[in-house]
Ligand binder design. Structure first.
Ligand code: ATP
Ligand code: MG
Ligand code: FE
Length: 346
């Protein structure tokens, strides 16, 4: 079946078309630039931007003939089911996507599936690397979440093994970027600055939370960076942005990769997938590759473009949910701003 996926949980309006594990189109309109001067997403601004971008983005996704192989969907009426992000995310933003999805489902007379944004981040890997091995461990690292998951089946069996006790990894990148005077969102500029720096010049703490723990903590690290910058200002030193960025990043990716491999070992699972916006990070990808190779774990990471929010990831999860024969969502489907990751279908 041909699945149209709609994503509006934060500041990206994403629309994707997927058949099984085949990606047919993926269109994203982002309001990120409108939020930059506020240093974070402004919910009302995001909702308004989704409203304006929705119809043109759907049209672009459906009309992307160059990327649609012959014989596959060329029209909205060929769509067999609609998948939409039901949560977690911003209430007003989610509402725009859900309302549009309901309207398309009703007009096309096809089933509607309200799915989980976080599980979508994991599912998107299938569009590049084929079906995920069952089971696999997933490290989900995004703007709002940092979790380790046991994925027995994307549609029916997702278990939470570990979670952040304070900030998410992406949130730490965004906050530290602000401390260093780098633009929002902070992940990409820190990633770039770190390449010019030496991580060994400063040792920032690692949030370990005890032997064998699969939970994460990043607020102590953020405070350590803040203190370093303040001490420098007091002593009249300009902050060495590349070195601080590199040392901060090394602390984050050291803990992420160590615990991800630990989760594989603890659960006897030989496959790891890393996903979510922070999975676009070049040092995380590099170190995860090294540590997985040492531990004999097979690693899969989607291309950076598919790591951040998009509609294809929602369509990819929709495909799984349809294939598993799960019941469609009712047309009075509500947003769930804190939908737990263990519920792939809302
Ligand atoms: P969630 O998925 O938890 O609801 P979100 O959808 O806002 O949150 P994503 O779009 O998945 O999050 O990811 C955005 C985050 O990824 C931001 O915090 C951003 O700084 C971070 N990020 C993007 N690129 C990079 C990079 N190269 N290195 C580190 N972090 C990055
Ligand atoms: Mg975003
Ligand atoms: Fe996301």
């Amino acid at each position: 079946p041909l699945i149209l996926g709609i994503e509006t949980s934060c500041d990206e309006t994403g629309v994707g078309l997927v058949r099984g594990c085949t990606l047919l189109s993926d269109e994203v309109a982002s309001s990120v630039g409108e939020h930059a001067r506020f240093g974070g997403v402004v919910p009302e601004v995001a909702s308004r931007a989704h409203l304006e971008a929705m119809t043109p983005t759907v049209r672009r996704a459906v009309d992307a003939p160059a990327r649609v192989p012959d014989g596959l969907a060329k029209r909205l009426r060929d769509v067999d089911a609609i998948a939409v992000t039901a949560g977690p995310g911003l209430a007003g933003a989610l509402l725009v996507g859900i309302s549009a999805a309901k309207a398309y489902a009703l007009a096309l007379d096809v089933p509607l599936y309200g799915v989980n944004h976080l599980v979508g981040h994991v599912a998107v890997d299938q569009l590049e690397h084929g079906p995920l091995p069952k089971p696999c461990i997933a490290l989900l690292v995004s703007g709002g979440h940092t979790s380790l998951l046991y994925v027995g089946d994307l549609a029916t069996d997702v278990r939470l093994l570990g979670d952040t006790v304070d900030d998410a990894a992406g949130e730490a990148y965004d906050k530290v970027a602000r401390l260093l005077g780098l633009p929002y969102p902070g992940g990409p500029p820190i990633d770039r600055a770190a390449r010019e720096g030496d991580p060994a010049t400063i040792h920032f703490p690692r949030g370990k939370l005890g032997d064998g723990s699969l939970d994460f903590s990043f607020s102590g690290l953020k405070t350590a960076v803040a203190r370093w910058v303040e001490d420098g200002e007091r002593d009249g030193r300009a902050p060495a942005v590349p070195d601080i960025a590199a040392a901060f990043q090394e602390s984050v990716v050291d803990v992420l990769t160590r615990k991800a491999v630990d989760a594989c070992v603890q659960h006897g699972v030989g496959h790891l997938v890393i996903s979510g916006g922070v999975a676009a990070n070049s040092r995380l990808r590099e170190l995860a590759g090294q540590r997985c190779a040492e531990a004999g774990v097979e690693l899969r990471v989607p291309s950076p473009r598919l790591c951040t929010d998009n509609g294809a990831m929602i369509a990819a999860l929709g495909s799984e949910v349809v294939a598993a024969g799960l019941p469609p969502s009712p047309l009075d489907l509500a947003v769930d701003t804190s939908l737990p990751v263990e519920s792939p279908l809302a």
